[in-house]
Design a protein. Structure first.
Length: 186
């Protein structure tokens, strides 16, 4: 179904492109010049068709996400970081039930965005109802520019509602080292 809708969208885009090219060439190829009103009407119809195709494509993307990740099986993981003076994040690896679901290597710009309060959607997928174990490994540079690899684990029950988890990296001034934890959102 989605494949057919994508094909239809691509076909409509081609028709719009060909129609625009035809309207640009139309006065030069005809023996009598076309009336300006006919050309303007054709251009307006083409622009309307293009906006309809864009709206259809947007609706198609929403439908595709709803079909691929229904709310009753959906699980989403996010990464957040506070000031980050004690830890320079390099990568995050996530396993759910001993299956690798995400492995992400960060650029310096992405780390800066996390320091400024940004939150990254690391993973979105489907998970059946029941008890699951989420394990996250954080790799980077810790205090005194030492290589650091730490993990956080949580067991949770997945029901028929979507489940959201935040992988948090925070500085602990009391311990003088970073802390890693996982927070479940309702």
């Amino acid at each position: 179904m989605i494949h057919l809708l994508r094909q239809l969208t691509i076909s409509l885009i081609c028709v719009c492109t060909l129609g625009a090219a035809w309207s640009a060439d139309a006065p030069a190829t005809t023996t009598a010049p076309a009336a300006p009103s006919e050309s303007a009407v054709l251009d307006t119809r083409i622009q309307d068709l293009k906006s309809d195709v864009i709206a259809l494509n947007r609706d198609l993307l929403v439908l595709e996400e709803e079909l691929l990740f229904p709310a009753n099986t959906q699980v989403a993981l996010f990464v957040s970081m506070d000031v980050g003076k004690m830890f320079e994040l390099e990568s995050v690896q996530v396993k759910i039930d001993d299956k690798l679901v995400a492995n992400y290597l960060y650029t310096p710009l992405e780390v800066q965005a996390l320091h400024r309060g940004g939150v990254q959607r690391l993973y979105i997928g489907n998970l059946r109802a029941g008890t699951h174990e989420l394990v996250a490994f954080f790799t980077g540079r810790g205090p005194h520019v030492r290589d650091y690899k730490r993990g956080a684990t949580i067991r949770f029950d997945k029901d028929t509602q979507a489940k959201y988890a935040e992988l948090r990296i925070r500085d602990s001034s009391a311990k003088l080292q970073p802390e890693f934890d996982i927070k479940l959102w309702q």
